[in-house]
Every structure is written in structure tokens, then in C-alpha cells.
Design a protein around this ligand. Structure first.
Ligand SMILES: [Zn+2]
Length: 93
């Protein structure tokens, strides 16, 4: 994973949340809109899961694309189901 700066978004209303400069695990992250709130470490767990989800999804999509029309290789695309995350980020796979 790259160390690019990601904006943490609320998984419910997709609103950017404000985090302190050097957040500690016990720091609270709160959505300014719906006031969903969690500890920073829990938020990051969810964000990481979401990034993994996006990456897996885009990988299986490009694999399906590159084998499309190929009669020797048939790739059965197993799309990870769309699920909801408590916290997400602006990461694009
Ligand atoms: Zn929210």
C-alpha cells in the first residue's frame, strides 16, 4: 500500500471526517454530519478493509476484461459483493 494521504470518509454519508494531525489509536473520529464516532484504530481497520475490497474488485474486473473473447481462457469473474463499510476513504483502485 502506498503512503499517499487518504481522506477518511464516513461510510454512511460519504462525508469527509476531520482527523487530528497525528492521530493516536485512542483518538475519536467523528463524522460531522451524522455524528457516527469511533476510535481511530477501529476507523483505520475499516478503511483498510474497504481499500482491500476495492483492490480485489478492480483486479478481478481487469482479469475479466483481459480474458474476454479469449476462447482458451475463460475467467469466471467472482465479484466481491457490494457491502457497506462503517468508514471508507477516497482511495481509488
Ligand atoms: Zn456520516
Amino acid at each position: 500500500m502506498t503512503s499517499q494521504n487518504l481522506t477518511v470518509l464516513c461510510g454512511g454519508c460519504k462525508c469527509a471526517v476531520e482527523t487530528v494531525a497525528n492521530p493516536q489509536a485512542h483518538d475519536k473520529v467523528t463524522c460531522p454530519k451524522c455524528h457516527r464516532s469511533d476510535r481511530f484504530d477501529k476507523v483505520m481497520d475499516s478503511v483498510r478493509e474497504h481499500i482491500l475490497h476495492l483492490t480485489t474488485k478492480s483486479m478481478s474486473e481487469s482479469l475479466a476484461r483481459s480474458t474476454r473473447g479469449n476462447r482458451f481462457v475463460k475467467f469466471e469473474s467472482k465479484q466481491p459483493s457490494n457491502r457497506s463499510f462503517r468508514w471508507i476513504s477516497d482511495f481509488r483502485a
